[in-house]
Design a protein. Structure first.
Length: 255
């Protein structure tokens, strides 16, 4: 592949607003074992490091609690059934993914959700738009390990230089650095309601990302324009490379 042909997106907080359903399933599991409920803001702070870490933070005593494994399984079972009740894509994201697909780009999603939930959510909210969805499973460690991005590159037969990574959390940083360090693009997104840029400022100064923008995917937004600029530059580079190859071929024939 030439140029930036694969766009890799984080799921929670980047493509989907999943917080309400995560909080409901978390509290369902806790209440089933007579444990105290967690506020939505507490659950927000737990999100990002995989389901086991999330529940370890939610359950009193964490993994040392003798009922921890049962609570974890209760969360998994409830979320698989109810993980789409209140979850919704951020405004504009479906149009952006469709735009990328129309321009011949591949879409991948990597998430610290368990693998079944990741694929289920992508199939439900982004049918026919996501080429590869990778979640936590045996042999694939959750982020910040680079396993999921490496698996995407293996499945789509690309290198990091072919990729654009879009993410929002600390767990995305090593994956962003991997893509950014080898010639790809990494874009950090931040909450467009709070406009807190502290995290993305640190990311760019640490050379983890190349750009940042508010998590607003609607047409005409800063992020929408940024993605289109990358596409336009890729198309221009491909035309230049094609022209170069034609010149090279013609010169070779006339030697």
């Amino acid at each position: 592949m030439k140029g930036y042909q694969v766009y890799i997106f984080d799921l929670d907080g980047t493509l989907l607003d999943t917080l309400d359903d995560l909080a409901v399933s978390c509290n369902h599991a806790l209440e089933a074992f007579s444990m105290p409920r967690r506020t939505k803001e507490e659950v927000r702070m737990f999100v990002g490091n995989g389901v086991r870490t999330r529940m370890k933070r939610a359950v009193p005593g964490g993994e040392e609690n003798p009922e921890f494994e049962q609570v974890l399984e209760s969360f998994r079972s409830h979320y698989l059934v109810h993980g789409q009740d209140h979850t919704a894509p951020y405004p504009g994201i479906v149009d952006m993914l469709a735009y990328l697909r129309r321009h011949g780009r591949k879409i991948a999603v990597v998430s610290n959700k368990f693998d079944g939930a990741t694929r289920q959510l992508c199939d439900h909210f982004f049918p026919h738009l996501v080429d590869v969805a990778v979640g936590e499973r045996e042999g694939i460690r959750r982020k910040p390990a680079p396993d999921m991005v490496m698996e995407v590159m293996r499945l789509l037969n690309v290198s990091a230089a072919d990729c654009v990574y879009v993410g929002d959390s600390d767990t995305d940083i090593p994956c962003m650095k991997l893509v950014n360090s080898y010639g790809g693009h990494a874009i950090g997104v931040y909450d467009d309601r709070s406009l807190d840029k502290s995290k993305v400022h640190k990311m760019i100064l640490d050379n983890r990302i190349r750009y940042y923008a508010p998590a607003d995917y609607r047409e005409g937004s800063q992020l929408d324009e940024l993605v289109k600029m990358i596409l336009d530059r890729t198309a221009a580079n491909e035309k230049l490379e094609s022209f170069y190859q034609e010149c090279l071929k013609e010169a070779g024939h006339n030697r």
